[in-house]
Design a protein around this ligand. Sequence first.
Ligand code: ZN
Length: 239
Amino acid sequence: MNCLKKRRQQTQKPDFKAELTYPEAIVIPEKPSMKTRGKYRLGGPEGAVVHHTAGHQDAKGSSSVQFAINQGHCYFVITQDGSVYQQFSLDRYGSHAGKSIDPKTGESSVSRFLVGIEICAAGTLETRGDGHYTWFNKRVTNVREIKKNTDNQQAGKYQKFTDYQERALIDLLLWLDQNFPDFDLERVWGHDEVAGPKGLGYWRKNDPGGSLSMTMSEFRHKLKELKRIRANNPGSKIY
Ligand SMILES: [Zn+2]
């Protein structure tokens, strides 16, 4: 039994090849890999799904990574200061999106081919007399209101991602696009797209919603623009 246990622990140790690890990412050597369920059919992700954690925006990277390990989920984590955590190998997929459909290809269960990116933020907020509160009853002031359903954004009040988080998200997505030949910036979806009206046909999820500073359609457009601009200005980090 000891022998089996030891072997299982060894195979789960993070041991990621450099080309399968985002150079800016923090890998926590003493933690095991997040749970993966198989190899990507094309060797790497074909796009991505942007989420918010619906948790504390100031959550530590190590506890967010541990949470995913405990839940059997697999995704990048971007903390409030823009740090990116990766605790899995990018040739393998794991669960993050649940019931979902890729609006471009019509395929279900998108976790099999799109990589998940969780951004630490509380998500939707409740308004009471003296301010805006998270579902875990923390008062926050970095609030964005979406007045009516627009593109992927369901009406409501949301805790905003920080500028550090949005920049880190852009850098990560453009790196994925540059390093995986089948990665498609047109298939960078919000969870509220693949598990929302554009995918499932109804709102099952509302992240990133108004936590991101623009709609996902605008965000994809911006990513393609930045790709073009950065290609013409090598070494620059323009947002
Ligand atoms: Zn989500």
